[in-house]
Each structure stands twice: as C-alpha cells, then as structure tokens.
Design a protein around this ligand. Structure first.
Ligand SMILES: C[S@@+](CC[C@H](N)C(=O)[O-])C[C@H]1O[C@@H](n2cnc3c(N)ncnc32)[C@H](O)[C@@H]1O
Length: 387
C-alpha cells in the first residue's frame, strides 16, 4: 500500500471507531478484508489509528474537524507534513483537500492538554498538579513494551540473551528488578520460545513494581480477589514461590487462561469460583476495576468512552469490592489496593475512605508515565487493632 492508501484506510477505520465500534475489532475486521495489505501495511495503519485516538483532541484542532479525515489531516500537520501531497484523490489516496481544508488552523497554545476529554481535563490537572503537563505530553505517545522476567525460572541477563537469540532486543528497566524494556522486535514476542516457555510475560513495568510492594512472607496465604487473567497473581508467584496464592474474580471467564499461563510459568495458583472464597488470608490484593486512565496509551479509545457517570459508578464499585475483600483477611493481615488509574477519586480518595473504616496505609505509591511505565497506584493497608 502507498502511504496515501494507508491514510485512506485509517480514515475509514477511524470513522467506524468514532461511530462507536471497538478499536481492536475494527482493525482486525479491516485486516481480514484487506488481502492486499502486508504485515508492514497492517502495522502502519494500526499505528495511524492508535496515534489518532491518543491525540484525538489535538489532531482535531489541527485538522479542523472531528471525523477520521480531519484527524489524519491533523496528524500530518502535527508531523510537519503538508497534507496536499498525500490527499491527491489519485489511486487509493484520500480525496483532494477542499478549499477550507487546505487552510491550516492556528494551533491553540495548550495543544497537548486537548488530548484529554473536556470533562476530565480540569480534574486531572488538579489531581496531577505540577505533573499534569508532562503526563499529558507522555500520554500522547505510544507506550513502551515491557516484559516481566519470570525470576522463578531465569534471571534478567539470561532472559536478555535468550530473547536476543530470537531477534528481540531488551534491556533492564529501573522501575522493577524483574522488568525488561523491549527495544526491538516487539512483534516477535508472542511467537518466541522465551515467551512460550514461560521465561517472560508481557507486563507493564509499573504493575511489576507494584507487585514487588505486596507484603508476602514465606509460605503466606494470598488472595488475589480481582485476579482477571492473573497478571498480578503470576508476578507474585514468581517473586514468592513459597506463597499459597488463590485467584478469584467475579467473572470466572476472565480467569479461563490462568491455568495455562500458570503451567507455562511453572507457578501454582489455586482458583476460587466467583463468590466462593474459603478461609482467611495473610494478604488480600484488590486490583480493582477502574477507569484504566493510566493505561490509555495502550487503549486510547477507552479514554474517550469514559464518562463522569461511569467514573462515579466505578468509584462506588471499588468501595464495595474492597469492603467485601477485607472480610477475607486474617487479623493483622494486609490489604493491598491497586488501580491502573491516574485519578485521585480512584486512588488516594479510596484510601481516605478506608481510613475512616479503620484502615491505615503503611505504604502508598503513585506511578506516573514519567517513571517509565503506565500510570498506576498501590496502597498497602493494615487495620487498626481498635477498629
Ligand atoms: C483491573 S482488572 C484485574 C486485572 C488482573 N488483576 C491482572 O493483573 O491481570 C479488574 C478485575 O476485577 C473484576 N471484578 C469486577 N467486579 C468484581 C467484584 N465485585 N468482585 C471481584 N472481582 C471483580 C473484573 O472482572 C476484572 O477482571
């Protein structure tokens, strides 16, 4: 495909996503129908679409509209490329520019802040304070790809060598002892022997750093109450091979792949059916359902779907889940609350609520993209004996 034909494909895909279609499925459907598109074309079109979703507000301002065509115009202008050279109407290129489109709008001063939804921008600005501008800028770019080295099976140096032999470049990342940042060949990971043999897993570096903060003595019982696909449970099992870990999720289907993932990693993780957790635990981990705002570089369409009402509902749900999960702690045990959110309402405010119920934070950390990984939050809490 020519660069102009890729743009035309991206415009069409973006229009479907902007009309409400899920981004991943829309891209997959396009790729299935586009037999003429090679793997390089598919990757390039995907990048155009995801970049435009991440930078939807600023590209719209530069493109003079809100549809797929305006977003691609804006993307070209943001990159310093004159769109007239590609919007030619020739072959598979997008139609020629209209007289109005040919005039580049004057970019507003706070261009990067436009890439947050209007209703959320003031809240995030207040929540992030002096980190708002840098976070806004970083969240507009593609996220790095991170691997977690399964330290129960190998170490970072050996994992780097194994990956290199398969054409995948990786280097240690300072955020976590287990983290590697992929520098080359990310698309080869899923098919690599290192991945298939359970030496590495895909996991964000901030998630890995948060798991390293989970208190877990030798032989401790840990309940991962919102285990989903088991990313945190698997990371914990690798760090603490002696721990007795139980995974639970309200949606059993989300844990369907966990046995296979655990087998690949050589980890032992028990599963509890929804609502059927038995006994008490030394540590209860709540990786709560949240806005996902810290991960919006990877799922940029979710950024534009979140509403104030949905956020309020999530905050209420987080309070309910943590209250229920707390019942499974033995006296003196630790409750660990995590989200992949940048928002105070889902993080510090939830901890403040827990404090009114007698929980005291022992450790608390907010991770920002400037730390290298996704936005993430973790608090380790202990209950007052008197409460
Ligand atoms: C952030 S995701 C978990 C991600 C997972 N821990 C991982 O590392 O891959 C949140 C999970 O909470 C689950 N969930 C939502 N409501 C719940 C509830 N009331 N009780 C338990 N789990 C719940 C969702 O099904 C979802 O899998």
């Amino acid at each position: 495909m020519t660069p102009a034909a890729r743009l035309a494909a991206a415009i069409d895909i973006l229009d479907q996503i902007l009309a409400g279609a899920p981004a991943e499925r829309t891209l997959t459907n396009w790729a299935r129908g586009a037999r003429f598109a090679g793997s390089g074309d598919r990757a390039a079109v995907r990048d155009l679409v995801f970049d435009a979703l991440r930078c939807r507000g600023s590209f719209a301002a530069l493109g003079g509209g809100t549809g797929g065509r305006a977003l691609m115009l804006g993307a070209l202008r943001a990159a310093g490329t004159d769109p007239a050279g590609l919007f030619t109407g020739l072959g598979h290129a997008p139609a020629e520019l209209s007289a109005a489109e040919a005039v580049a709008p004057v970019p507003p001063a706070d261009l990067e802040a436009l890439d947050w939804p209007d209703w959320l921008r003031p809240r995030l600005s207040a929540d992030l304070g002096t980190a708002f501008a840098e976070t806004s800028a970083l969240m507009r770019a593609r996220a790095p790809v991170f691997l977690r080295v399964n330290v129960a099976r190998t170490d970072r140096a050996a994992a780097i060598a194994t990956l290199a032999a398969e054409g995948i470049g990786a280097r240690p990342h300072p955020l976590a002892e287990t983290a590697l940042e992929v520098t080359d060949g990310a698309r080869r990971i899923a098919a690599s022997a290192a991945y298939r043999d359970g030496l590495v897993e895909l996991q964000d570096a901030a998630s890995q750093a948060a798991v390293a903060m989970v208190p877990c003595a030798e032989g401790a019982g840990v309940l991962d109450y919102c285990a989903g696909g088991g990313g945190k449970a698997l990371a914990l099992a690798a760090l603490h091979p002696g721990a007795r870990i139980t995974a639970h999720d309200i949606d059993a289907g989300r844990m369907a792949d966990l046995p296979a993932r655990a087998a690949r990693a050589g980890a032992r993780i028990a599963r509890a059916a929804p609502g059927r957790v038995q006994g008490t635990f030394d540590t209860v981990l709540v990786d709560a359902p949240c806005s996902g705002s810290g991960t919006w570089r990877r799922t940029p369409d979710a950024k534009w779907r979140l509403t104030a009402e949905r956020l309020d509902a999530l905050v209420a749900l987080q309070g309910e889940i943590v209250a229920t999960a707390g019942h499974f702690l033995r006296p003196g045990g630790r409750l660990v609350y995590m989200t992949c959110s940048l928002l105070r309402a889902e993080n510090e405010d939830r901890v403040a609520d827990l404090q009114t119920l007698g929980w005291q934070p022992e450790t608390m950390r907010r991770f920002l993209p400037s730390d290298g990984g996704d936005g993430f939050f973790v608090a380790v809490l202990r209950r007052d004996r008197s409460a």
